[in-house]
Unconditional design. Structure first.
Length: 383
């Protein structure tokens, strides 16, 4: 009898039995650990996310220092990330001559996995923030952020502490520079001291042309993801693939806005086939080139923040006054377009606010989270 031919199948069977036993054992251990510690972990996370919002208002990092495992290098890095975002928000608000009036979060746990000595929690944070300009302190502007966290908690001396907190941060979007400083503020001569609500006539949707601006904004608001203010139960449109984790979803989202909301038809270059998208549909530099060279979009202006807001000979009121709802803003770092946002409105002094994906945003001032070295491109979608 030739036993060699049975050798490999037997080994595979034994390996399968071992893996099955290990998986069941690990699963049962995970369930047991999660069940035993669920309430403890939830109590810690409840308090942490409550404090996380208040720190942005007070600027006092001591309010959350005690939540981190500072004995670990990773814990120190996680706390330092919070320090950078607090310092950035403080600097940005000072340069924009405004004050944040509120910041509050709620979160939803998506999954929990127990390791040997720690618990990993994957959760989604939804934050609401309010701000008012000093020149119009009676008008509060509201915006929403959505943040996906992978949090590792460890028990140290009987207390659960955060060792790692990995997330894309809408308040620290910049990826090319560390400790980024916000650009200088809005020039006083272009910031209106008064603003009036839209009249009933102005508030009506414009007549639809090739591009439906109101439809584009409505779609962007509905599917702004985890950000406060968005619709669809804080979820993306399930009809489309989610590119978070595989290059980012910002351009895919903008393409959806242009097509689903704005009514621009797909073509053989710019399309989504129900499973995958074309390069032009999902990659920022490719979409920019497509819009410009097909004539579907027009470049209004390109430059640093001050170049876009100050009056020039070409733009007497500043390029910022020529952008409309449903138009797009590109973000360029080190010569490469890395991000897209869609203009969904204007705040109380007329600054464009945007909706985005990956770092989910709802009606956020277009430059919040970006540094003074970022180059902006304002793109008008032709009607």
């Amino acid at each position: 009898m030739d036993t060699k031919k049975y050798y490999k199948p037997i080994l595979l069977l034994l390996a399968l039995i071992f893996l099955t036993y290990f998986s069941i054992s690990f699963f049962n251990k995970t369930i047991e650990t999660v069940a035993n510690n669920k309430e403890e972990i939830k109590t810690v996370l409840d308090e942490f996310f409550k404090k996380r919002g208040s720190v942005l208002l007070s600027g006092d990092l001591k309010e959350i220092e005690g939540f981190y495992d500072k004995s670990s290098t990773y814990g120190k890095w996680a706390l330092d990330h919070e320090r950078r975002r607090v310092e950035y928000v403080k600097g940005w608000s000072e340069k924009r001559n405004l004050k944040f009036t509120e910041a509050e979060s709620f979160y939803r746990i998506k999954s929990v996995k127990a390791g040997e000595n720690s618990v990993w929690v994957y959760l989604v944070e939804t934050m609401k923030m309010g701000y008012a300009y000093n020149i119009k302190s009676d008008v509060i502007n509201y915006m929403g952020l959505g943040i996906r966290h992978s949090v590792q908690l460890v028990k140290v001396d009987g207390k659960w502490l955060i060792r790692r907190d990995w997330y894309y941060d809408p308040l620290d979007e910049d990826s090319a520079y560390i400790d980024a400083a916000p650009a200088e503020g809005i020039m006083p001569e272009i910031a209106p001291t008064t603003s009036k609500p839209e009249t009933e006539e102005e508030a009506k949707p414009k007549k639809k042309g090739k591009y439906d601006r109101e439809g584009a904004v409505a779609y962007a608001d509905k599917y702004a993801g985890a950000a406060w203010g968005s619709g669809n139960n804080y979820e993306y449109n399930p009809k489309y693939r989610d590119y978070n984790g595989v290059g980012g979803d910002c351009t895919n989202f903008v393409s959806q806005v242009l097509h689903e909301g704005g009514g621009l038809p797909m073509d053989y270059v710019w399309n989504f086939n129900g499973k995958d998208s074309s390069t032009v549909w999902a990659q920022a530099p490719a979409l920019f080139n497509y819009l410009i060279y097909t004539g579907k979009g027009k470049l209004i202006a390109k430059g640093y923040y001050l170049d876009m807001v100050k009056p020039t000979e070409q733009h007497p009121k500043g390029a910022i006054r020529e952008i409309e709802k449903g138009d797009l803003i590109c973000y360029e770092e080190k010569g490469e377009i890395v991000h897209f946002g869609v203009v969904t409105g204007f705040d109380s002094i007329g600054i464009p606010v945007v909706n985005t994906h990956t770092s989910d945003r709802y009606h956020v001032p277009f430059d919040l989270g970006w540094d003074k070295r970022v180059i902006y491109r304002f793109i008008h979608i032709n009607d």
